[in-house]
Design a protein around this ligand. Structure first.
Ligand code: FES
Length: 135
């Protein structure tokens, strides 16, 4: 069961809870007037966030909640048909995304927290507490 809690000021997680190449944090944003699923991962030391929508079909990418990386921990992978995306940019890295990338969300890491940059019609609605990093 997913425990969903509302956070304030765009805070997605504590920095220590977002491990490099590990599980992602799932959250919901209001984006262009719609409530949409999104996720946050850390790759090579930096946090990155995207809408959780594959460019092939509009489905969530993770194969288990919060699992976005491939086995090697180098690319994001869609569980449905295996499209791969660059963790640093969201660009298509092969498969059925056919050159289309993920929709990137701006995040900032300040002090001990990772926060969504809430502007340009993007606002944080909820953060799931399940799917915390485990590796
Ligand atoms: S839905 Fe993601 S690769 Fe087809």
């Amino acid at each position: 069961m997913v425990d969903v809690s509302r956070r304030s000021a765009g805070v997605l997680c504590q920095s220590r809870d977002l491990l490099d190449g590990g599980k992602g944090i799932r959250f919901t944003v209001r984006h262009q007037g719609k409530a949409l699923p999104a996720f946050l991962i850390r790759y090579r030391g930096r946090p990155h966030a995207y809408l959780n929508q594959c460019a092939h079909q509009s489905v969530e990418l993770d194969w288990n909640e919060g699992d976005f990386f491939d086995r090697e921990g180098e690319l994001l992978i869609c569980a449905t048909h295996g499209a791969r995306y660059c963790p640093e940019t969201g660009a298509c890295a092969g498969g059925r995304c056919n050159g289309r990338g993920l929709v990137r969300l701006e995040v900032v890491e300040t002090g001990s927290q990772v926060c969504l940059a809430e502007r340009d019609g993007v606002h944080l609605l909820d953060v799931e507490t399940q799917g915390q990093p485990s590796r």
